[in-house]
Design a binder for this molecule. Sequence first.
Ligand SMILES: NC(=O)C1=CN([C@@H]2O[C@H](COP(=O)(O)OP(=O)(O)OC[C@H]3O[C@@H](n4cnc5c(N)ncnc54)[C@H](OP(=O)(O)O)[C@@H]3O)[C@@H](O)[C@H]2O)[C@@H](O)CC1
Ligand SMILES: [K+]
Length: 505
Amino acid sequence: MTASSFQRPLYLADQVRELDRRAIDAEGDGFALMRRAGESAYEVLCARWPGIRRVCVLCGGGNNGGDGYIVAALAAADGVAVDLVALKPVAELEGDARRAAELAAEAGVVPVAWNDELTLDGELMVDAMLGTGAHGAPRPPYAAAISEVNASGCPVMALDAPSGVDVDTGHIETEAVAATLTVTFVGDKLGLHTGAALDVVGDVIYAPLGVDPRSHGGIAPVAWLQTRQDLARALPPRRPGSHKGIYGHVLVVAGAPGMGGAALMTSEMVARVGAGKVSLATDAAHVSASLTRFPEIMARGVRGAPDLEAMIESADTVAIGPGIGNGAWGQAALRSVLDAGKPCVVDADALNLLAREESGIHRDDWVLTPHPGEAGRLLGISTAEVERDRRDAVIALQRRWGGTVVLKGAGTLVYDGDRLTLCPFGNPGMASGGMGDALTGIIAGLSGQLASLGEAARIGVLLHALAADAAALDAGERGLLATDLASYARTLANPQPVSSHADHA
Ligand SMILES: NC(=O)C1=CN([C@@H]2O[C@H](COP(=O)(O)OP(=O)(O)OC[C@H]3O[C@@H](n4cnc5c(N)ncnc54)[C@H](OP(=O)(O)O)[C@@H]3O)[C@@H](O)[C@H]2O)[C@@H](O)CC1
Ligand SMILES: [K+]
């Protein structure tokens, strides 16, 4: 994929600290950068909570605390009542944080030292305890202060990151501040957008503070955050001279005996995102339901390997896995697909069969779409280990199995061996059966319309999440079904006006 000027680069904590350092070297003044951090945070605070009268700012002993002292100074100067809780005595602060604390004192802010008897109060908590300098689980007294912030029941604005979140991975070792909003500075951080962190970051607002990370050569982002515009760029209007032969013939291999729903959901999505032709190889018992529901899909009952081999032969891409089970039907189907060597999208039961039976396989022309449990089986580690460092897991999966790997879950990651993208869309309504089948169908359905399987995986993940968001916006997250996505997926697959002869008349 060509580097996109719209996608936002994501960094690790050490990289952002290096960006800070280079920006400070260029400017010759670290305090100016800290002042801008505080100012931009205070601007966000006033926009989100206009007319606020009382805030409680909790400041740690490092520069994240320094940002908090600046916010406190600005709020006090505005006539807002400020309770400032210092996790480290001001007399022990150093450098820019010390200067920031002096500024707050000049504005009339009187810090109170943290102690376990404190009751936190205010209309808003500002979490300036731990930022990019944090390592490991929060130690005392930070751990207790984090719990107290969460117990306060107040909205929380986190500076740079919610304290307790690992900004590299999104992992939360013990407890993290549950923020309503996070303002993050200089370079956006990967760990604010994936995994457990998504439960606590709230809305993430990126404040570059006048630093363009891309101007600091040599610090390559670890990932890129997708945007809605990616969809329009990838899926321009169709050429008026189009015919179905140029948009791909996808074969869905799905639905062992008793699992016909997965076959229908997958193949419907292939068709709804615009594949030229869709075939379905499934258990014979599911064929009539498929023909009734989608006469456009060429459904056939598979009795044995020769049947399937003929169908694979005429397809451009194969999607295999949803509802194939782990019995003889699924094993035979997977073997035929792998032996045929066609580009494929592999999901669900097929991934579990792979993990069990295919020890040495490594291919370029496939997309694997594991959820964290399947990813763990493919790597021989636990689900918790996958979730602890999702970036690490998706990279390990791609190295081990090749092709493009989609690690599903909140903050889905897609890695093709070169570029790591992160999808910031989607919602908890997607935690329902069939959503993975829909994604497999979308990726396979786009494969004949985009330049590579990797691009189909990236755009498919984006389209799937945006379709779920649109569906949830209409009728809520709870009760969202995979089949609800179909009409939204179709709309999103046409992000620009559809070409028509009338326009040219
Ligand atoms: N000029 C700049 O560079 C700019 C930086 N900016 C801001 O600075 C932030 C980075 O500042 P930083 O490097 O001082 O680290 P920070 O996050 O405050 O933490 C250090 C403190 O935490 C402590 N600590 C660590 N781990 C801990 C644990 N597990 N549990 C408990 N304590 C722990 C550690 O204690 P120590 O380990 O030293 O005893 C130390 O006291 C960055 O996120 C951004 O907000 C912006 O203003 C832009 C300009
Ligand atoms: K913080």
